[in-house]
Each structure stands twice: as C-alpha cells, then as structure tokens.
Design a protein around this ligand. Structure first.
Ligand code: CP
Length: 308
C-alpha cells in the first residue's frame, strides 16, 4: 500500500504520470465522475485549513465518492487524549483513504505505520505539504510548459513555511533549477535544507531584498509569515510585513514571471496585484482540485484503467 508523506515518495516518473492524469482530469472531468463510486475519503484535520480540506472533499465528490472527517482536534477524541495511532486504526474501519493535517512534524508518518488505508500528508507542522507541492508543480507546468531550466524565487517565511521546504525538495530533482531565497535573517531556510542543497551541489542564493532579484526570476513564490509557529508574538509583529509585493515591485519582474502563493495571504501580496496577468495564485487553488483527484485515484490504484 502506498502513502504520500513527502513529495519524494513519488519518483520523477510517478510525478510525471500524476501530472498527466491531473491534466486529463482538468480537460475531461465527466470521464472521471464515477470512478470512486462507493469509496470514502476521511479528512482528519488537527489544524485549520480552507483550501486543502475543501479541495480534498471537492476532489472526492467530483470522483463520485463520499467524505467524512473532522475539522479540528477539538472536535475529535484527540481532545480526550486519543493518539494518532489509535485514531487511524479506527478511521481505517470507516474509510478507504485519508488526508491528515497535523501540527506535529511526522504525525502522518506515524499514522501510516498503523493504517490499513493510504495516508496522505495534508501538511505536518513546518515539515512537508506534498499535495500543495504537486499543485505548485502542476501550475508551473501549465504556465511555463516546463519544470526544468528555471530560476525560482521563494520569498517570506522560509523557516516555518512547509510549502517552501516541500517545493524545494521537489523542484531540485529537475535539471538546471536555481533557487533564490528572499527572507529576513530570522526567517531563513532551515540549516538542514541549506546543508542538503550545498552537499548535493545545487545552486542557490540567499538575499534580503526582493527588489534586488525579482528581475531574474521565472517564478516568484510568495509565502505568509506563519503566525501560528512563533513562540513570541512581538517577534511575529516585527516580521509579519517584511515583504509586501505590490505593482511597483512587480513592474521590475519579467513579463512572464508568474506569482504563486499557497495561500492564505495576509499582507504579503497587495490586492492590486490580483488583476495582473502574472498573478497565478487563484489558478493554483483551482488546480489543487485536479491534482488531488489524480492523487486519490493513484493511491487507490484506480488510475490504471485510464489510457492517458
Ligand atoms: N495552501 C493551504 O494549505 O491552504 P489551507 O491552509 O487553507 O489548507
């Protein structure tokens, strides 16, 4: 049984297959509307979510299946002290597949060790968010027609932003991808990631000012400062508006430098940017449904019947 805990759980070939399937789903939605008849997806969310949970539910409903689950730890027996291991044993009796979000890094991996159904990591602490990453890859491929030969700027909270860590791990597997990390010193990428990139020979730069590098980028990936991961409120308040992308800054970017953001946004992208043709973050949201439909099919082994 296959789980999805990290974007690296899929080989490059498997990622390519998943992206093709998501593209076919986008173009031929009716073809897939009954593939999951009789199947159930459980959404186990110990942390708040709008996009990930609802897009998983929309994905399963679009495939003809049904959904069940909880939206917060407080509304589940986790609030009475039930462990993740026991919860997944129970949910394995009710559903065919599950998506789990948890504030603790590694919780979905623990769940996978006790589960009788495929477990999808829907975000674990500051660690990984593979389904967002596959949505990002799909969006970049749709916009640029390639995943290689690319300079990607990642801007904002690079310390706590799990979407950043996941995306770097996924994109570094494609040839000639260069990363430019833009953050205040306090929110730089974690040391382990810097060491991995250095030891594995990948090209990257770390800078403090977006204006200094925005003109070199093919993709600008903006991120929110993650209030919920700070121990000190004053520190969050000091850093929360470190970067605000507005039309003036975006005017320095290439005409085909697309702006992505996993959302939710707070202040880091001014609403005036939303009307710029390079603003791709709401396209990303839509793409997340196609990608999660493809992932559900693959993890349930229901993709093989389709010749794509
Ligand atoms: N991108 C993302 O994970 O959004 P939610 O927190 O709303 O699920």
């Amino acid at each position: 049984m296959k789980h999805l805990l990290s974007p690296l759980d899929f080989s490059l070939e498997e990622v390519s297959h998943m992206l093709k399937l998501a593209q076919d789903i986008m173009k031929n939605q009716e073809k897939y509307s009954h593939v999951c008849d009789g199947k159930k997806l459980a959404t186990l969310f110990y942390e708040p979510s709008t996009r990930t949970r609802l897009s998983f539910e929309a994905a399963m409903l679009n495939l003809g299946g049904k959904t069940l689950g909880f939206q917060s730890a407080d509304s589940s027996s986790a609030s009475k002290g039930e462990s993740v291991a026991d919860t997944i044993r129970v949910v394995s009796c009710y559903a065919d597949i599950c998506a789990m979000r948890h504030p603790k890094e590694g919780a979905p991996m623990v769940a996978s060790q006790y589960s009788r159904i495929p477990v999808i990591n829907a975000g674990d602490g500051g660690h990984n968010h593979p389904t967002q990453t596959f949505t990002d890859l799909f969006t970049i491929l749709e916009l640029k027609g390639r995943l290689d030969n690319m300079t990607i700027g990642l801007c904002g909270d690079l310390k706590f932003g799990r979407t950043v860590h996941s995306l770097v791990n996924a994109m570094k597997r494609y040839p000639n991808v260069k990363f430019i990390f833009v953050s205040p010193d306090e929110l730089k990428i974690p040391q382990y990631l810097r060491e991995e990139l250095t030891n594995e020979g990948y090209e990257f730069e770390e800078v403090r000012q977006l204006e200094d590098v925005i003109g070199n980028l093919d993709i600008l990936y903006m991120t929110r400062v993650q209030k919920e991961r700070f121990f000190n409120e004053d520190e969050y308040i000091r850093l929360k508006n470190s970067f605000i992308l507005d039309e003036r800054k975006l005017s320095l970017a290439k005409p085909d430098c697309y702006v992505l953001h996993p959302l939710p946004r707070v202040n880091e992208i001014s609403v005036e940017v939303d009307n710029d043709p390079r603003a791709a973050y709401f396209k990303q949201v839509q793409n997340g449904v196609y990608v999660r439909m493809a992932l559900i099919l693959i993890l349930l082994g229901l993709d093989k019947q389709f010749d794509i």
